[in-house]
Design a binder for this molecule. Structure first.
Ligand SMILES: Cc1cc2nc3c(=O)[nH]c(=O)nc-3n(C[C@H](O)[C@H](O)[C@H](O)COP(=O)(O)OP(=O)(O)OC[C@H]3O[C@@H](n4cnc5c(N)ncnc54)[C@H](O)[C@@H]3O)c2cc1C
Length: 381
């Protein structure tokens, strides 16, 4: 007889992995399917976790998303402790972030972003005294030696960085210790009877479950037709480049962010990650000369001392961007026991671990400190 799982999860990027972890830790019998499509965003993502400096242009003008992202940032150290990884700075590090105006042309946008940072601190009733400070060009260069002279720089301490692949791997390792079952195959279809989801068909086989959650990143849209429901997500390609540097110390350095949402992020293994392009080209996951040129051009404009770095790796990922740039989370209208944890967009590595926690609470009908009604798919339907 077929096993009936408590929950089946479709997709195993950071959203699916975190959801699985939070379920199995509650003793929930969980099966996760992950096709590992080329271009899965979690492997490519830079991992900036910085809601106070995130641009309105990528959805952070929305209060619900901003507040959710702040809670997600606060949850990270708790999760790292649970995973027993709190001292592993190759996974998660809290070194702050510097927003820079590299040239006079950047200055107006810089001033706008600066005032937005102060407003966001105010909105959360937080003091900026020890957390936000303007830096002279020399101070900024001391903190990040590869920087060019700056026309403006502001340091924000409440910002962190995470390695998406490593945190996801840590979630899997912990979840498998709690008996998570993982199958590296694709789910073709949901099994739905009388408006109740009963399981899935994967690789031609039937798998039964009390609940099913779709966490398929940019590919979640594949289920729209069967559900007769709009899940408006489009892929936004990002090309991101990992550099090896030998002449610059890369330990405990703040992230550098430009006013145009480009960034340079250091990791302790002599690595600086520079990114990323934003391209609406469907599911095409090629690297391109234009994308690489754009990313490296901006890196050299802002951090010219990276000119001697060598190329280590180019990664390409598809950000799952919803129509209004907000995530799509929680229950589904007209179909019982089906849940969504998708549309993580530009900030999925920041929010993904917390999304897993909150959607797990929704599935288990537990009280959650965070209301995710604003993110329900109902808003499109
Ligand atoms: C270049 C780049 C830079 C980024 N920088 C940042 C950043 O600095 N900070 C930040 O917070 N976020 C960042 N992001 C965004 C972040 O990476 C994503 O929002 C996040 O990783 C999305 O995770 P996910 O689990 O929803 O999707 P994904 O990681 O794409 O995973 C989806 C998984 O589901 C699987 N799947 C889909 N359909 C099926 C199916 N039918 N059956 C089985 N499996 C299926 C896929 O194969 C895939 O493995 C960046 C992204 C990119 C590309």
């Amino acid at each position: 007889m077929n096993t009936v799982y408590d929950v089946i999860i479709i997709g195993g990027g950071i959203a699916g992995a975190s959801l699985a972890y939070h379920l199995v830790c509650q003793g929930v019998k969980t099966l996760l399917f992950d096709r590992r499509d080329e271009g899965l965003a979690t492997h490519a993502g830079a991992g900036i976790v910085s809601p106070f400096t995130a641009s309105n242009a990528i959805g952070f003008g929305n209060d619900s998303l901003f507040n959710f992202a702040v809670e997600a940032l606060e949850y990270y150290p708790i999760l790292m402790k649970q995973l027993d990884k709190q001292s592993d700075s190759s996974i998660f590090a809290n070194n702050g972030l510097i927003v820079v105006a590299a040239e006079s042309d950047d200055f107006q946008k810089f001033e706008e972003l600066k005032s937005c940072i102060y407003q966001r601190y105010l909105a959360r009733s937080l003091s900026t005294t020890n957390e936000v400070r303007s830096l002279s060009s020399d101070e900024a260069q001391q903190m990040f030696p590869a920087l060019a002279k700056t026309k403006g720089a502001i340091y924000v301490s409440r910002a962190a960085q995470v390695d998406g692949s490593l945190i996801t791997q840590a979630l899997y390792t912990a979840a498998e210790q709690h008996n998570l079952t993982v199958k590296p195959v694709g789910v073709e279809q949901l099994i739905i009877q009388n408006h109740v989801v009963k399981g899935v068909v994967a690789n031609g086989d039937t798998f039964l479950a009390q609940n099913v959650a779709i966490a398929g990143g940019a590919w979640s849209i594949e289920f729209e037709k069967q559900l007769g429901l709009k899940i408006p997500i489009t892929p936004l390609r990002g090309q991101i480049i990992h550099l090896n540097v030998t002449n610059i110390d890369t330990t405990n350095k703040p992230i550098i962010s430009t006013v145009g949402d480009r960034y340079m992020m250091s990791w302790p293994d002599n690595r600086v990650v520079v990114g990323a392009s934003r391209e609406s080209v469907g599911f095409d996951v090629h690297t391109t000369v234009e994308g690489v040129h754009e990313v490296l051009g901006e890196a050299l404009r802002v951090t010219p001392k990276l000119k001697d770095a060598s190329l280590r790796e180019i990664r390409v990922g598809l950000r799952p961007i919803s129509q209004d740039q907000l995530p799509i989370l929680g229950t589904v209208p007209n179909i019982d026991n089906l849940y969504l944890a998708t549309g993580l967009g530009n900030a999925g590595l920041s929010a993904g671990p917390y999304i897993g926690k909150v959607v797990a609470e929704t599935i288990l009908n537990k009280h959650s400190q965070t209301d995710i009604t604003a993110f329900n798919v109902q808003r499109f339907n």
